[in-house]
Design a protein around this ligand. Structure first.
Ligand SMILES: [Zn+2]
Length: 56
């Protein structure tokens, strides 16, 4: 059993991410724009993409 939500860290300057759910068990490729948010969740598979902070 996989965790309900997996989190993917992405670069802080990316404006959108592409998700296909991962291989044969995935879903159609979708692009998820961040807009002004620092994270998005894929509405197909629930995977969460978070921007890492530009600086710490
Ligand atoms: Zn997905």
């Amino acid at each position: 059993m996989k965790p309900a939500t997996s989190v993917v860290q992405i670069k802080p300057d990316d404006k959108e991410v592409a998700c296909d759910g991962g291989g044969a068990l995935g879903h159609p490729m979708v692009y998820l724009p961040f807009g002004k948010k620092t994270h998005v969740e894929c509405y197909y598979c629930g995977k969460r993409f978070e921007k890492s902070s530009p600086k710490k």
